[in-house]
Design a protein. Structure first.
Length: 278
């Protein structure tokens, strides 16, 4: 990305409705003519824009191992996201990115990993999980445990991925819902309650956490009880992303700009900053 203010054209290839209420969709984009694919780290984000409407930040939901296409999972909550939901395959939108940092992939090599996500916040954790499970990468990580939850079964995302992960013997997957509905036969209960039941080696384990603030707040004491050090817990503050380059100042936490220094922070670093995790 040469000019951080100028979006590149991206072509809409596919749209998947993720939830039963159609409030969350995943858009798959390819690089339009004149745009060059770029590398990125799981956890980074981009700004998507529609001419005459505006732009908004979204975490990249696909793995860097599929660099010719990018996925973005979008909840319909406002003007820009509503217009993104109305897109059809073949249309062109703008993208600025990749922006921010990402999960510390290199530092996590050789570690056991807890991937803990809830609701719509699971998008970049999906990107990381698919990256870690890729044949070129799986041997570089230790035990992989994924705990993912939603309020009810109809709000679970990435069902094809969940089925694929569940069929593998090199990942432990726990999918839970707060409230069982219909023919749901899986786990029930909030995410922290299932993390609490895990047996981990804290000396060799790192945790990646992203989800609703309440889920994060109640998961952190559980990770502390499991013995994980704050320097081994990584949180994504996606909800605080704004302009993407730190110019508007709305992402500031103390002296740190989430769009530049984040959105991924270690818990140790966050405790040095003013805010809900200090």
């Amino acid at each position: 990305m040469n000019n951080p203010y100028a979006p590149i054209p991206m072509r809409v290839e596919k749209i998947v409705t993720e939830t039963e209420d159609a409030s969350i969709r995943t858009i798959s984009l390819s690089f339009a003519e004149g745009s060059k694919p770029f590398g990125f780290v799981p956890g980074q984000f981009s700004e998507l824009s529609i001419m005459g409407v505006g732009e908004a930040p979204f975490g990249i939901a696909s793995s860097p191992m599929t660099p010719d296409a990018l996925d973005f999972t979008i909840a319909r909550v406002g003007t820009v996201t509503t217009e993104l939901h109305y897109l059809e395959p073949g249309e062109t939108i703008g993208l600025r990115g990749p922006l921010g940092n990402g999960y510390p992939v290199d530092a996590l090599k050789g570690r056991d990993l807890l991937v803990i996500g809830g609701g719509f916040g699971f998008s970049t954790l999906r990107a990381f999980t698919n990256y870690a499970l890729h044949p070129d990468n799986r041997g570089g990580f230790g035990r992989l445990v994924v705990v993912y939850g939603a309020r009810n079964p109809g709000l679970l995302l990435y069902r094809d991925d969940l089925r694929n992960w569940a069929s593998r013997d090199d990942v432990q997957l726990i999918v839970t819902v707060d409230r069982a509905e219909g023919d749901w036969a899986g786990a029930v209960g909030n995410v922290p309650s299932h993390v609490k039941g895990l047996e981990v080696d804290p000396a060799s384990t790192a945790a990646l956490v992203c989800g609703p603030p309440a889920m994060i707040r109640y998961t952190l004491p559980v990770l502390d009880a499991l013995g994980l050090a704050p320097s081994d817990i990584f949180l994504s503050l996606e909800m605080k992303m704004k302009c993407g380059i730190g110019k508007c100042g709305r992402c500031s936490i103390g002296g740190s700009y989430v769009c530049i220094d984040g959105p991924v922070y270690s818990l140790a670093r966050l405790r040095e900053l003013p805010g809900e995790f200090s």
